[in-house]
Write a protein that binds this ligand. Structure first.
Ligand SMILES: [Zn+2]
Length: 89
């Protein structure tokens, strides 16, 4: 169920930026809005968003992503997102 982001955890900006990447399923995350199937709530701060990254040249999906607020690096282990395969797969 999509929900509006409400800061409910006190995590400062960039607090998780130096952590190791965590593997997770994009499909398990909470959607931020019904507008984009890609944007999800960051489970590590519940304040920022995981937007999904693309190769600037090819436009293809990348497995690596990072929360725009806390900086937590993640790696998606799904086969695809919204029916779209990852670059090189
Ligand atoms: Zn975060």
């Amino acid at each position: 169920m999509p929900r509006v982001l409400e800061p409910n955890v006190t995590v400062s900006r960039g607090a998780h930026a130096s952590r190791d990447a965590r593997c997770l399923r994009h499909s398990d995350l909470v959607s931020i809005s019904s507008v984009s199937p890609y944007r999800k709530v960051c489970p590590y701060c519940e304040k920022g968003a995981l937007m999904v990254q693309r190769n600037n040249s090819t436009g293809r999906l990348l497995r690596g992503d990072r929360c725009v607020w806390c900086g937590q690096p993640v790696r998606y282990i799904d086969d695809s997102i919204n029916g779209e395969k990852f670059e090189g797969e």
